[in-house]
Design a protein around this ligand. Structure first.
Ligand code: SAH
Ligand code: SF4
Ligand code: F3S
Length: 450
C-alpha cells in the first residue's frame, strides 16, 4: 500500500429484530461505505462494530447488554475500536446505554442513522436519538449512487412506510420508531427500478404498518389524487423484470379494498399474507387497543380468500396478556381453528416500560407458558397441514442459494416455503416451476418440471 492510499476501514454489523432493521443495516453499511468502510464478517477484525438492536420484548433488549459484555476484551485490546448501538434500544434508552456500558462510543436511533458518518467523524454529538424534521432517506446516499455494476441477491427489502400511530397497549414501536410516515411513491419506484437493474427479482415492501402506506400520485399518473398501498403495488408490478412482490407487516384495519383486489388480479403479488391478530378474544383485543374484533378479522380473511383462494395466511399472537383468562385463551384457539394458518409467530407477553399495559397485573408465568405451548402445538399442526397440502402441486420457486449437499439448490416458493431441489440445472436468481414431492419439518422437497 502506498502512503497516499487511504486504508480501508472495516465495519461489522449485527442485526437484531425485524426486517426493517435488516434494511436499515444495509443502508447504514452503504452510508459508511461512502466513508471508506467495507463490511467484514469478523468482529475481531473490525474498526467499527455496530449493533442494530430490537426493543420489542425484554429478552431482545437484554441481548444487547450481553453482547456488549462480550465485546469488553476486544475493546480493551484495541481502544481505537468504535462501538455503536443503533436501532430501537438506542432510541428507547439513549444515554443510559453508555452509562451502563461505557465501552459504547455511539448511540443512534432508527430515524437519525443518516447522521452516522458525521458521528463517526466526531463532527456531531455521539448520541443522536431525536425525531428529526428532515427525512433520513433524503440524506442517505441514493442507492443509484452505488457502483452501477454492484449486483444484488435476487430478493431485497424496500422500506416504504415507517413508524406507527396505532399504540397497541403492549407495544414499544410507536415510541421507538415514531409517527407513521410514508415515503413518496416516485422515490419508492426509483429505488425498486434500481434494485431490479442490479438483479433483484423479488421485492418485499416493508413498514411497521405497511398497508397504511399512502401518498400523492406521481406526476406520471394522469388520474392524479392520492394513491393507496394497492395502487403502489400495481405501479411496482409494471416494472419489467420484477417477478415477485411481497409486503410485511400489515394491520387488519388497513386492508383496503384495492389491496384485497390486488391479491386477485396482480400476478406478481405473491399468495402470502402476514396479518397479525394477537388474540381471538374481543375482551383482550379491546384491552390491547387493537381497535378490531375477532369477527372483523374473520370476515376480512373471508374477503381476502374470496380474492385469492390459495393464499397462505400467517399471523402473530401474544399469550398471557394482562387479564387473559382461560376463556380468552380458548377464544384465541378457536380463531386459529377457524382461519387455518400456514405459520405463525407466538410470544409470551413481555411488559415493556413506557407502554400502557406495563403496570397491569400479569398472568401467572406458569399459566402463560402452558397456554403458549398449547397454542404453538396447534399452530405447528396447521403449518404441517398446509405444507403437506403442497405435495403434488406445482409452484413457482425463486432460487436463492446452493444447498449444503452438492447438486442441491434452495429457493422460496410463491407461498414462501423453503424448497430444496436436487439439480445442477438452475442458477441463483432463476424462477422455475417445481413439483413438490414431499414435506419436511420446515421445508419442502421438489423436482424441476422439464
Ligand atoms: N407492526 C406489526 C408488528 C410489530 S411487532 C403489527 O402491528 O402487527 C411484532 C410482533 O411482536 C407483534 O405482532 C406482537 O405479536 C409481538 N409483540 C409486540 N410487543 C410485544 C410484547 N410487549 N410482548 C410480547 N410480544 C410482543
Ligand atoms: Fe405495535 Fe400495534 Fe403499531 Fe403493530 S400496530 S407496531 S403491534 S403499536
Ligand atoms: Fe424490534 Fe424495533 Fe423492529 S423494536 S421489531 S427492531 S421496529
Amino acid at each position: 500500500m502506498t502512503a497516499s492510499t487511504p486504508a480501508t476501514k472495516k465495519l461489522f454489523i449485527k442485526t437484531y429484530g425485524c426486517q426493517m432493521n435488516v434494511y436499515d443495516s444495509q443502508r447504514m453499511a452503504e452510508a459508511m461505505g461512502a466513508e471508506g468502510y467495507v463490511l467484514t464478517e469478523d468482529q475481531s477484525d473490525a474498526d467499527m462494530v455496530l449493533l442494530n438492536t430490537c426493543h420489542i420484548r425484554e429478552k431482545a433488549a437484554e441481548k444487547l447488554y450481553s453482547d456488549l459484555g462480550r465485546l469488553k476484551p476486544l475493546k480493551a485490546a484495541r481502544p481505537d475500536l468504535k462501538i455503536g448501538v443503533a436501532g430501537c434500544v438506542a432510541q428507547a434508552e439513549g444515554a443510559e446505554i453508555i452509562r451502563r456500558m461505557p465501552l459504547v462510543d455511539l448511540v443512534v436511533g432508527p430515524q437519525t442513522y443518516h447522521r452516522l458518518p458525521a458521528m463517526a467523524r466526531g463532527e456531531i454529538a455521539a448520541i443522536q436519538t431525536d425525531f428529526p424534521q428532515e427525512d433520513k432517506f433524503e440524506h442517505l446516499p441514493a442507492r443509484t449512487s452505488l457502483n452501477p455494476a454492484t449486483r444484488r441477491a435476487p430478493t431485497a427489502f424496500l422500506t416504504v412506510q415507517e413508524g406507527c400511530d396505532k399504540f397497541c397497549a403492549f407495544c414499544v414501536v410507536p415510541y421507538t420508531r415514531g409517527a407513521e410516515v410514508s415515503r413518496p411513491a416516485p422515490r419508492i419506484l426509483s429505488e425498486a427500478r434500481d434494485l431490479v437493474s442490479r438483479g433483484v427479482r423479488e421485492i418485499t415492501l416493508l413498514g411497521q404498518n405497511v398497508n397504511a402506506w399512502h401518498g400523492a400520485a406521481p406526476a406520471s399518473d394522469p388520474a392524479g389524487g392520492e394513491w393507496g398501498f394497492g395502487r403502489l403495488i400495481r405501479a411496482l408490478a409494471q416494472i419489467e423484470g420484477l417477478a415477485r412482490i411481497r409486503y410485511t407487516t400489515s394491520h387488519p384495519n388497513d386492508m383496503g379494498d384495492d389491496l384485497i383486489a390486488a391479491h386477485g388480479d396482480v400476478a406478481q403479488l405473491m399468495p402470502y399474507l402476514h396479518l397479525p391478530v394477537q388474540s381471538g378474544s374481543d375482551r383482550i383485543l379491546k384491552a390491547m387497543n387493537r381497535k378490531h374484533t375477532a369477527d372483523h378479522y374473520l370476515r376480512l380473511i373471508d374477503r381476502i380468500r374470496a380474492a385469492r383462494p390459495d393464499i397462505v395466511l400467517t399471523s402473530d399472537f401474544i399469550v398471557g396478556f394482562p387479564g387473559e383468562t382461560d376463556q380468552d385463551h380458548a377464544d384465541t384457539l378457536r380463531l386459529i381453528e377457524q382461519v387455518g394458518f400456514g405459520m405463525a409467530y407466538s410470544f409470551k407477553y413481555s411488559p415493556r416500560p413506557g407502554t400502557p399495559a406495563y403496570d397491569r397485573p400479569e398472568v401467572e408465568p406458569a399459566v402463560a407458558d402452558a397456554r403458549l405451548q398449547e397454542l404453538q402445538a396447534l399452530l405447528t399442526r396447521q403449518q404441517k397441514a398446509v405444507q403437506q397440502d403442497m405435495v403434488g402441486r406445482t409452484v413457482g420457486v425463486l432460487f436463492e442459494k446452493a444447498g449444503r449437499e452438492p447438486g442441491q439448490m434452495i429457493g422460496k416458493s410463491d407461498y414462501l416455503h423453503a424448497v430444496f431441489v436436487d439439480t445442477t440445472d438452475v442458477q441463483i436468481g432463476d424462477l422455475r416451476q417445481v413439483r413438490i414431492k414431499n414435506s419436511a419439518a420446515n421445508s419442502l422437497h421438489g423436482e424441476l418440471l422439464p
